[in-house]
Design a binder for this molecule. Sequence first.
Ligand SMILES: [Ca+2]
Ligand SMILES: [Ca+2]
Length: 333
Amino acid sequence: MLLLTFLFIAIFQTGHGQIVPSTGHQPADHTSLLLQVQNYLLQLQSSAADQKQSLMDIQASVADLKSKDAQIEKNLTQQDTTTSSQLQFLQQQLASAGDQTANLTTQLKKLETIMNALQMKNSDQQILINTAKSSLDVLSSNISSISSRLSNQVISIKSLGSSMKQLEASVKNTEIQNGELKNKTAALKLENALLKKRMDLLIKLDGFVAYQSSWYKYISQPAPWHKAEELCQLIHPQAHLADILSQAENDFILGLAPTGTNEVFVGGHDIVKEGVWKWTTGQQLTYTKWNNGEPNSYKGMEEDCILMMVNAGGAWNDDSCDKSYSFVCKIKG
Ligand SMILES: [Ca+2]
Ligand SMILES: [Ca+2]
């Protein structure tokens, strides 16, 4: 309404200004004035129609504005309702969020409990892991030690292999040397055999007589027992007064004495200890051929040398070593 009033005042002021007549002209001017008035009236009518139309437009605009205003109010009401509904919904959601927060807090506490338990388990597991690490370290150390020992053993085995090869070479060399030694030994045996034949020949040429593997020589020149032993060694370095090891040998020596011979010295004596009879080789007697009642150290005399009684079948008598008799030398084979 305030807008319409303002429009009417504006229109009235504009018309009043245009209808003021000029006062300087008479009758001809009346007609003109009349025409002007008529035109003016016509203009007023036209203007009125225009204003009426404007008014109608304004009314339509006002109606439209009212309609829009009502629509706006309606929308505002709806919006209030909606807002209220949303507020209620939000309050519900807030309450629900509160409940959820409480649930979440409870769950959070449970989770904290679980976390604590897990941390304790983790702690236990960490201890186990540390123990396992320590065991692994010890195991690793042991493996290193074993590896080192194995390396040393490998080196030892290689060294042993090298030593074995040297030993094999040494054995082969030794075998070769053994072969050479065998050949040399065979040659030496052959040489010895030849030498023995030469020796035997020389001994034979010296008047020795062979019996089995030994040589014997009867010396007719009488001599005391010690002198006789010296003479045997002078005749041959390996010759001594004869030892007698069997009845057959005793018989053989008996046969060496020429017919008419009564006694011969042989190598037996008890010079070192009375009653302990030995040969010149140092061996004790294993065979004896004592005559009846001998040895007797006749009438307390010192009788320490064995005299073979040719005239008593070769039986023995202990007699004085200082007496002189023929004797028999022997080279042992
Ligand atoms: Ca004696
Ligand atoms: Ca006697």
